[in-house]
Design a protein around this ligand. Structure first.
Ligand code: IMP
Length: 427
């Protein structure tokens, strides 16, 4: 039975939490497969608003098993704080499963993330400062600490000691910071072992068995396609693979299991942090989009950079993820505009590009080529079917669909659970 993957089709913050919540009661497992608490999913249920960073959105649906799979990096302090916050609001968190193979964000990862960004100055990536990059770097260089290491005190101590051997050199000698204490970190992480133990499982085995039994597994990507370590605007990317291929490695399931890839696409574009963004609006129109769309980061509170819809980016997302369906979010934010510009290509040094240029240098110099579409003035937040949308809004959606290369199967017209038009089932 189906494994469905959900991916951000732009630079993250497309509204993935809302999409997961929409299908939450129709799936059996909701799995995070990459990233960590750099993510920020907002889910609005009735008058309650939940901001999740590390936990899968499925934790809010009582019949779903939420899973943090092997590809995720876990800051245990944040994990337990987030769990406690939900428990205090009456959410049952006992079902949560965590992979024994997931890597741990350690205090030195957070410290290094912050000092290296400061050191980069103007060239900084604009990371969330949560230690994501340094944790994945240690994973790849085979120096990481995994969830299962907390169950073997000797190994845990050895690994932290080994890591501190060079991290403290870098912190003190390169960055002129204070070194970190082995005993303090060891005691803290050993203390997490018994708290995390009831949740820890061979999540790859659990998910494959579930699929064999005909259950539906929903693989929830964080960040977005253009923040992917391979396919994003490197180096202004996150350190994991949010694209659909990453879902297989990050959850321990084979590609033949995935039957659907849902791309989440905002009706305009936003980005947090540094890096190229051709349609960015640095004038009052950008400010208008930010205000209308509430484009302030869930994780860091930073203003999001805002711009018009970029069709080559959507097409690129379709290509690298194999997107079968789009969920178009925040259409209501564009209400009130006379004309809506859509980027249909770029000009780079006088040369027209219909797709994202091959090199980052060219992408940095890409000047958007716009087509303009008629806007609408009617409030669409109460609309519940496609036919009820104003004609110009329908035409805008159809245009984006044509340009993006996959059908738009759902449309968001507001933040609430019920403010969604589902044109075709996403599950
Ligand atoms: P890191 O993931 O903290 O290393 O940050 C790397 C880049 O990804 C920065 O530009 C961040 O702003 C961006 N980023 C990380 N997580 C998110 C997210 O959930 N939404 C949007 N941008 C993100």
């Amino acid at each position: 039975m189906p494994a469905i993957t959900l991916v951000g089709a732009q630079w993250g913050d497309e509204g993935k939490g809302k999409a997961t919540d929409l299908v939450g009661n129709r799936v059996d497992y909701v799995v995070r497969y990459q990233g960590g608490n750099n993510a920020g999913h907002t889910v609005v249920i009735g008058d309650q608003k939940y901001a999740l960073h590390l936990l899968p959105s499925g934790i809010l649906s009582p019949d779903v098993v939420p899973v943090i799979a092997n590809g995720v990096v876990i800051d245990p302090g944040v994990l337990f704080e987030e769990l406690r916050g939900l428990q205090e609001r009456g959410v049952d968190t006992e079902r949560l499963l965590i992979s024994a193979n997931a890597h741990l964000i350690m205090p030195y990862h957070r410290a290094l993330d912050k000092v290296s960004e400061r050191f980069l100055g103007k060239g900084r990536i604009g990371t969330t400062g949560r230690g994501i990059g340094p944790t994945y770097a240690d994973k790849i260089s085979r120096a990481g600490v995994r969830v299962q290491d907390m169950f073997d005190p000797k190994i845990l101590r050895q690994k932290i000691e080994l890591a501190l051997h060079d991290k403290n050199q870098v912190l003190t000698k390169v960055y002129n910071r204070r070194g970190l204490e082995l005993e303090q970190i060891y005691d803290e992480y050993l203390g997490y072992a018994e708290l995390i133990r009831p949740h820890v499982a061979d999540t790859s085995l659990v998910l494959n068995k579930a699929l064999d039994e005909g259950k539906t597994v929903y693989l929830e990507g964080s960040q977005g396609t253009l923040l992917d370590i391979d396919h994003g605007t490197y180096p202004f990317v996150t350190s994991s693979s949010p694209t659909s291929g990453g879902a297989c490695a990050g959850a321990g399931i084979g590609p033949t299991r995935i039957t659907k890839v849902v791309g989440i696409l905002k009706a305009y574009t936003t980005r947090v942090g540094s890096g190229p963004f051709p349609t960015e609006l640095l004038d009052e129109q950008g400010e208008w989009l930010r205000r209308q769309g509430g484009e302030y980061g869930v994780t860091t509170g930073r203003n999001r950079r805002c711009g018009w819809f970029d069709a080559p980016i959507a097409r690129y997302a379709t290509r690298v993820n194999g997107i079968t369906d789009f969920f178009l979010t925040k259409l209501d934010v564009l209400t009130g505009l006379d004309r809506i510009p859509v980027c249909v290509g770029y000009e780079v040094n006088g040369v027209r590009h219909d797709e994202i240029p091959m090199t980052q240098t060219d992408f940095h110099h890409a000047v958007p080529v716009y087509e303009h579409f008629d806007g609408w003035k009617e409030d669409i937040t109460h609309v519940r079917s496609f036919d009820e949308l104003p004609k110009n809004a329908q035409a805008y959606v159809r245009t984006l669909e044509e340009m993006s290369g996959a059908p738009i199967s759902a449309i968001g017209v507001g933040p609430g659970r019920d403010q969604t038009l589902e044109l075709r089932s996403l599950v």
